[in-house]
Ligand binder design. Structure first.
Ligand SMILES: Cc1cc2nc3c(=O)[nH]c(=O)nc-3n(C[C@H](O)[C@H](O)[C@H](O)COP(=O)(O)O)c2cc1C
Length: 332
């Protein structure tokens, strides 16, 4: 049985890989992830703000020591509160690469196509097998159009593809007016992969203190359906690799991701809950299902449950109406 898959031009032994997280911050856990059965590892992100702060003492062109910007920048952690400085990150990457045989993917996280992106070259020199670029952004400026934001994202890809030899994947959130168009633009700009989707972290409100509080909960399978839908819609429409991230909690979830068209499936919350050996459980679950279905390779069924043929917008309307009509009260 052939569980192998191609992702960003890399051959992975099977589709289940470690997504970006603090779990790979230490060499011992990097090794435990490989021993536990991960087919590749994405390191945590290094942020644009960390890089510009280290290089120029500025964040988004503002000096945190300047009183007029103090309020705007107050929410950013001080440089010493990040577990890895930019230099530490490169050193950790080099050591991680030397410690394991599976691919190690570095992650940069930012929004602008500016000088911090040159750091990608240092990541390449440090030996990363690929670069994941997380473009986490919540567009709140009423003067900035969706087209301008998407153009900026595309520019980052164009710029990186001009300078890097290693493959790049772009990790995005789902909240774009025309995600299909953006995905196609990035595909045409020669991104090697798309990672769908960032979770949208939303602060809660503490009603006693009457203030917003940061809020991060591990995911559940409930987050999967949005990802499956877009994976299925994009699978036959873009040339680049597709990875699913968000809500993969069980082997069944992983199989659904593949049926929708994923080349790789990134897992974080489930590994935080169950530990690195859960990768082996995921792989075994996939193997058992493939045996039962008499499938001999992942390639044979990837994308089998994909988007509707024909006019997708009309098909989506039909889907929507059918879904609403499908509700029936259990008991009258
Ligand atoms: C504690 C924690 C830290 C994370 N750090 C990063 C990060 O540095 N960069 C990034 O792109 N994603 C980061 N993520 C997001 C994960 O890579 C992943 O996309 C998200 O958790 C959804 O996958 P899951 O449902 O398997 O958890 C983090 C997630 C968690 C829970």
């Amino acid at each position: 049985m052939n569980l192998s898959t191609k992702y960003l031009g890399l051959t992975l032994a099977h589709p289940f890989m470690m997504g970006a997280s603090p779990l790979a911050d230490h060499l011992d856990t990097v090794k435990r992830l490989e021993d536990g059965g991960a087919s590749a590892i994405v390191l945590r992100s290094l942020f644009e703000e960390q890089i510009t702060m280290a290089e120029s003492g500025r964040i988004h062109h503002m000096d945190p020591l300047d009183a007029q910007f103090a309020g705007t920048l107050a929410g950013f952690p001080m440089p010493d509160r990040f577990p890895l400085s930019p230099d530490d990150y490169l050193e950790h990457l080099r050591r991680a690469k030397a410690a394991v045989r599976i691919p190690v993917i570095a992650s940069l996280n930012g929004t602008n196509s500016e000088s911090w992106l040159r750091f990608a070259l240092r990541i390449q020199e440090a030996g990363a097998d690929a670069l994941e670029l997380n473009m986490y952004e919540v567009a709140t400026n009423p003067d900035e159009s969706s087209a301008a934001i998407e153009f900026q994202i595309r520019n980052v890809v164009v710029e990186l593809k001009q300078s890097l030899k290693i493959p790049i994947a772009v990790k995005l959130g789902p909240f774009f007016t025309a995600f299909g168009h953006l995905a196609s633009q990035l595909d045409q700009a020669h991104t090697d992969g798309l990672v769908l989707f960032n979770r949208f972290y939303q602060p809660d409100i503490d009603i006693r203190e009457m203030k917003a509080t940061p809020h991060l909960e591990l995911s559940t399978s409930a987050e999967l359906l949005l990802r499956l839908r877009w994976m299925a819609l994009l699978h036959s429409r873009v040339r680049c690799s597709l990875a699913l991230t968000g809500g993969v909690s069980t082997p069944t979830d992983g199989i659904k991701a593949l049926l929708a068209g994923a080349h790789a499936v990134q897992i974080v919350s489930a590994i935080m809950r169950h530990g690195p050996p859960y990768f082996t459980a995921m792989r075994e679950g996939l193997t058992r299902w493939m045996e039962a279905q008499e499938l001999t390779s992942v390639d044979a069924f990837r994308g089998r449950v994909n988007g509707q043929p024909g006019d997708t917008e009309i098909a989506e309307r039909a889907n929507y109406i059918r879904t609403l009509q499908s509700w029936a009260p259990h008991a009258r």
